[in-house]
Design a protein around this ligand. Structure first.
Ligand code: GDP
Length: 156
């Protein structure tokens, strides 16, 4: 058992979401302010779906990311939620994160985009915090982490 004086200062945070929503970019931009337009995407992730549950085990917090320019990734959020709840249990702090927000208003989008309203509605329903980010423009990256830390701190 931890001594009463010991304060938990290490948290396990899992960043998840469909392939190519910008998870790697988000981490890179946060860690060294670097953004690369030509990251190789991690291929074949779907077939590892069954083991993702174990990634969530003992997670203290989750950043669940979709791409505001890719509706599919938003529709898949509920699937991710099931995995999170199965692995980390209900009530784990989650930040719903809509990435690539700087690109939403560009005219050459291939699919329907996801509005701020859509995102905040879903977050309200799930009961989590909602933030829109851009790993490219550097928007709300630290804010996302700070919000999650606040939630995790309130729980421990
Ligand atoms: P991951 O598979 O979720 O790790 O996604 P990546 O970080 O590999 O990003 C996939 C693609 O989206 C890459 O070409 C990135 O350059 C691009 N990308 C990531 N974040 C942003 C963003 O905020 N804005 C724009 N316009 N592109 C982004």
């Amino acid at each position: 058992l931890p001594k009463p004086t010991e304060i938990k200062n290490t948290y396990k945070v899992v960043l998840c979401g469909d392939s190519a929503v910008g998870k790697t970019s988000f981490i890179n931009a946060l860690c060294d302010g670097h953004f690369s337009l030509n990251l190789p995407t991690t291929l074949g992730q779907e077939k590892f779906r069954s083991i993702t549950k174990t990634y969530f085990r003992r997670a203290d917090g989750v950043i669940l990311m979709y791409d505001v320019t890719m509706e599919r990734s938003f529709l898949d959020i509920r699937k991710w939620l099931q995995d999170i709840e199965a692995g980390a249990g209900e009530g784990v702090p989650i930040i719903l994160c809509g990435n690539k927000v700087e690109m939403r208003d560009s005219s050459d989008l291939r699919s329907k985009s996801v509005s701020f309203r859509d995102g905040s509605r879903l977050a309200l329903e799930i009961g989590c915090i909602f933030i829109e980010t851009s790993a490219k423009a550097g928007t709300n990256l630290e804010e996302t982490l700070v919000s999650l830390c606040r939630e995790m701190g309130a729980r421990s």
